[in-house]
Design a protein around this ligand. Sequence first.
Ligand code: NAP
Length: 317
Amino acid sequence: MKFIFIFLFSVLSCEIYDVTVVGGGPAGLTAGLYAARLGLKTLVVAGEIPGGQLTGTSLVENFPGFVEGIDGALLIGNMRRQAEKYGALIKEENAESVSFTQFPYILTLGTKEKVRSRTIIIATGAFPRRLGLLSEGALFGKGVSTCAVCDASLYKGKKVVVIGGGDSAFEEALLLSRFASKVTMVHRSGSFKAQAVLRERVMKTENIEIKTHRTVKEICDPEKGFVTGIIMLSGGVEEKLACDGVFLAIGHEAGTGWLLGSGILDGKGRIAALPRGVFSAGDVADEHYRQAITAAGSGCKAALDAYYYLQNQENVQ
Ligand code: NAP
């Protein structure tokens, strides 16, 4: 009885927001900016390490308005200051779970703090996919990486492998080619998702080689604690390739772990249905475009949708 009372007290005494945005990347911060400017009481739960994938991008060259490009962390920092300037409260905490069974909805933060909100904008982004090999896990951070921007300079004069055939893989290979003596791209099929402009740049880069129709069976050598090469499979035949580093660029998984148990995910962890007053923005619900500008645009749309939803609610009551 005492515990039920404490629980009810902690929930009922907690702050109620008009909009709670979960996510601190371009989608979440743009949603926060727009919601705050619309006069809504706005909280942005930005994550313990806010900023999303852009913070790991040294130069963002395709965000309109920055002719010479802009540093990713600087762009995110500016978005954050702009949202705060108009009154959005930003908490550098993770969302742990959410309950959509009562209204206002209840969000539990990593600190166990509870937040009530009339609307929620889910903008928790996406995370780099892994191959799922034991050796990959053992060597992660010891030669296996998902971020060339972060780690390329460690491979001056060394040999590296980039796995994948999309834009990310081609961009990573191009960046790595400026440091490494040799970059080998390994791709499981014979066709590439990457844009033609990136493919052409790679073709013109002497120290990048592409190997297609190969899957990675193992990364060597976990026993030594560093990368010595990979074992590939091609038509059932094993092939070893010596290298010092392996960069995974094989797409992303939606950042929906905190929504497990909320009843809104499908079997693959993707958002399947949104309750009333709940909106999504950015890469968490975008498997196709995944650009900073599309994330920001969808953050704007989600904030406007939350605003119109709240207006309708007020008119109904
Ligand atoms: P992506 O386009 O989904 O490509 C993932 C690549 O990894 C594909 O080639 C895929 O092979 C391969 N792959 C997936 N799972 C694999 C596995 N288990 N083992 C081996 N290979 C695997 O992902 P992305 O390159 O990260 O790009 C995501 C989105 O961001 C795209 O829309 C892209 O255009 C965008 N993006 C844009 C830029 C830019 O505009 N400068 C930069 C980076 C990303 P299959 O082809 O065989 O499926």
